[in-house]
Design a protein around this ligand. Sequence first.
Ligand code: PGA
Length: 243
Amino acid sequence: MTRRKLVAGNWKMNGLVKDRDFPKALSDALGEEPRCDVLLCPPVTLLPLIAADKPDWLLLGGQDCAPQASGAHTGDVSAAMLADVGCMHVIVGHSERRADHGETNQLVKAKAIAALDAGLRPIVCVGETLDERESGEAEAVVVSQFLASLPECAADKIVIAYEPVWAIGTGRTATPEDAQAMHDAIRAAWPGDDAAALRIVYGGSMNPGNAESLLQQSDIDGGLVGGASLKPQDFARIIQSVR
Ligand code: PGA
């Protein structure tokens, strides 16, 4: 089964109204329609602005959503609100949210369920710390995080992002072989019989220099790109690494 690759940009807490023309700059840098799915996850403040003027191939996503559908939850954004402004995806359980906001696997799972209920595809993030890798526990940690954060759904309704915490924003990347081995372990742990349809993307200092060797691996179905997605030229070169 061939899975269409997905290259997603996670802008984190970056981007102001002046950056609303990013899709035009990205299109110019690409020069032609991408050969993969391309997703942009800017901050919520920019979603309606970017949705109003973007090429059809550029998908939009949120960076987080509330586990509740609506109501008295000051400051939170629901999955339905993201869908309402044109999102089709939402990242849940990013390691920065797990660390900064104490998000547990249980909460991440509730957010993923809320996303599915609103018709969004959750991108569920998992990854080990440096200590866990160095002590040889990486695979056990990641697989247990994956299983505990996973909503019940068909494999094509969800995306998994393997993001080793020690590789995020550090310039250190997992080797293509280590990343491939982890993606293979995640796919093997998928509880359904449709694991071949599950897209598992890699994140952690992906850049134009290392994207191609990562994206060539048989179980790496794309990338979740932080820093390099803020620069249209770099993001375009990563997208063009998909063969
Ligand atoms: P990075 O971030 O590419 O800047 O390492 C990736 C992510 O956190 O999604």
